[in-house]
Design a binder for this molecule. Structure first.
Ligand code: GLN
Length: 463
């Protein structure tokens, strides 16, 4: 079965040309046969059959929607009742979700079929999935390369066609960076446009659940099924920031010396193609755009350190052997958290500690406000800000594990949108001579997802 988009697959099911059970069977077989380590778990045959039965009934009743019966992959940090949700950590290796995330409830209502949970960097911290406690995921375009992260398993699963769409979460780039590395579409929705209820928290003022898909059209359909205000997340809300396209884009000045040469050429070629489509592209000054990364690496660890405090060997998850109750906390957190997780907890504790929070945390909060204002001001006159999604294509497995700062730099272009709580879309824009994909990013006004989808579709037509 060659996949040509959700709409076409949906039509084939409606016309009776193919059955939901056969679509799902084929995807599950492919997922099981894959050696990319994209999935942490593929759910049981009985579990999947029960979901298929719901979907088939909806087709029989005439209540099916576009997502009904579609095989969906779930990032391992979103709660699906009765299933393990481990955030790819030893700490939660056996932890079973006791309720459904709001996004899962919404998928169940439309009869989507969740086939398994995907590998990720532990607690969504990383850019390569190498921080997973359960082994790296391989990039389907070159298995010696990382798929990006932290939603690397979801990105690889979509790129290798092991599912139709996948859930990701994005705190600083974790949907868009792996989407770019794997040659798929990924959306960071506006902060608050999707409920975080049932998402394992990393940085609560930054985290957003979003779609990863083969095409912009699929990402749009998927996103529209799970967005919206939710009584269980007081930061969630509805909004509409879409406006008719002005065909005007802003390109921030950035240091080109740190960007891969072939990638830069591809980006510049896309700019030229957009101009011949009638777009005006202005180079604009966003003086604090590049500071977003430094701000992120203060605010995010601060939030991480407090969110992960609950994982103490008592309340959630597994517990290490200890001599006394006093030792339980340290022994458990020392043994069951990975190295990067411990690094960020320490960083976060430091920037929040007495005597330091004025120098670090409070300064970062102030700068966050400035970055947000700068983005808002520029976006009053433009449809979106355009950048490459990442400074380089996918790097080698093992290449950056001993150099966290160089790993952090791969989020240079993605982090500003999270800091400002704006939406951003990554779309494949071609490949390098070795066949590795490039991504192009649009950052839009708040709640202007439809504008981003429109821009994304233009790129799909001209790339
Ligand atoms: N790569 C970034 C980090 O390591 C972003 C992670 C994310 O978006 N969850 O923090």
């Amino acid at each position: 079965m060659e996949y040509k988009g959700m709409e076409e697959l949906h039509k084939k099911i409606v016309s009776g040309e193919i059955l939901v059970r056969d679509v799902v069977k084929e995807y599950v077989a492919r997922a099981k046969a894959s050696d990319l380590n994209a999935f942490r778990e593929i759910f049981s045959d009985e579990d999947i059959a029960a979901q298929v039965a719901v979907a088939e009934k909806m087709f029989a009743d005439g209540t099916a929607t576009m997502l009904t019966g579609m095989p969906i992959a779930l990032k391992d940090n979103i709660l699906f009742a009765g299933h393990v949700v481990s955030s790819s950590s030893k700490m939660l290796e056996h932890y079973v979700a006791s309720y459904d995330a709001t996004v899962i409830e919404k998928i169940k209502k439309v009869g989507g079929v969740i086939i398994g949970r995907t590998n990720m960097d532990e607690f969504a911290m990383g850019s390569s999935t190498e921080n997973s406690a359960f082994g790296v995921t391989k990039n389907p375009h070159d298995t010696t390369k990382v798929p990006g992260g932290s939603s690397g398993g979801s990105a690889a699963a979509v790129a290798a066609d092991l599912c139709v769409v996948a859930f990701g979460s994005d705190t600083g780039g974790s949907i868009r960076q792996p989407a770019a590395f794997c040659g798929i579409v990924g959306l960071l929705p506006t902060y608050g446009s999707v409920s975080r209820h049932g998402l394992s928290a990393m940085g609560s003022s930054l985290d957003v659940i979003g779609p990863m898909a083969h095409s912009v059209a699929d990402a749009e359909i998927f996103y529209n099924t799970f967005k919206g205000r939710d009584q269980y997340d007081s930061t969630s809300r509805e909004g509409n920031g879409n406006k008719p396209l002005k065909k005007k884009l802003a390109m921030p000045k950035f240091d080109r010396s740190g960007v891969d040469v072939e990638l830069l050429k591809n980006f510049e070629a896309m700019i030229e193609k957009l101009k011949s489509e009638g777009f005006t592209i202005d180079e604009v000054d966003l003086p604090h755009f590049a500071d977003a990364l430094a701000v992120y690496y203060i605010l995010m660890p601060a939030e991480v350190s407090s969110n992960l405090a609950r994982l103490d060997g008592i309340r959630y998850g597994d517990r290490a052997e200890s001599a006394s109750i006093h030792d339980v906390y340290g022994d458990t957190r020392g043994a069951l958290f990975g190295k990067e997780t411990r690094r960020r907890i320490l960083l976060g504790t430091y920037v929040l500690s007495h005597g330091y929070y004025d120098a670090y945390y409070n300064k970062a909060v102030a700068l966050r406000g400035i970055i947000r204002k700068e983005l808002e001001e520029v976006l009053q006159n433009y449809d979106a800000i355009i950048t490459p999604t990442t400074p380089t294509p996918a790097f080698g497995i093992g290449e950056k594990v001993d150099d966290p700062v160089s790993m952090y730099l791969s989020d240079l272009f993605t982090v500003p949108a999270n800091i400002a709580q704006h939406p951003a879309l990554s779309i494949p824009s071609g490949k390098n001579s070795a066949g590795l994909p490039f991504g192009i990013q649009f950052i839009g006004p708040r709640f202007a997802e439809d504008t981003l989808f429109a821009l994304g579709k233009i790129i799909e037509n001209i790339r």
